[in-house]
Design a protein around this ligand. Sequence first.
Ligand SMILES: Nc1nc2c(c(=O)[nH]1)N=C([C@H](O)[C@H](O)COP(=O)(O)OP(=O)(O)OP(=O)(O)O)CN2
Ligand code: ZN
Length: 121
Amino acid sequence: MFRLTVREQFAAAHQLKNYEGKCARIHGHTWQVEVEVAGETLDEAGMLVDFNELKRSLKEILEDYDHTLLNELADFKEANPTAENLARTIYIRMAARIPEKVKVVQVRVWESPTACAIYHP
Ligand SMILES: Nc1nc2c(c(=O)[nH]1)N=C([C@H](O)[C@H](O)COP(=O)(O)OP(=O)(O)OP(=O)(O)O)CN2
Ligand SMILES: [Zn+2]
């Protein structure tokens, strides 16, 4: 079994609902997003899947979030834009994009250098 991880980042604002504290106000983060995939079979180039292909898919998803107020997006109309909900949403969207021979293992979202959430089913 091979496991690969790619990392990208985006900057956006959010506001936590049902939360008491300063994060109930609109504020911003630069989120770091790590996507881990796994699979068994390497291609002729010795790759499970090209890192560039994974990064391209992740970038396309994160472009929808970059420099937005996350609360205003369809993805977060129902789900509070916490690191947890970001990780789950990105997992679902990545899983729909990557080649069938690889599976998304987990998505890790760093909200700051010292705090992250991981989603895996
Ligand atoms: N489990 C979660 N807890 C918190 C989340 C989250 O997504 N999942 N998010 C927040 C807020 O977004 C907040 O911005 C985080 O701020 P804070 O914890 O205060 O951390 P800071 O980096 O801003 O400040 P320090 O005090 O320096 O740590 C809160 N919790
Ligand atoms: Zn925040």
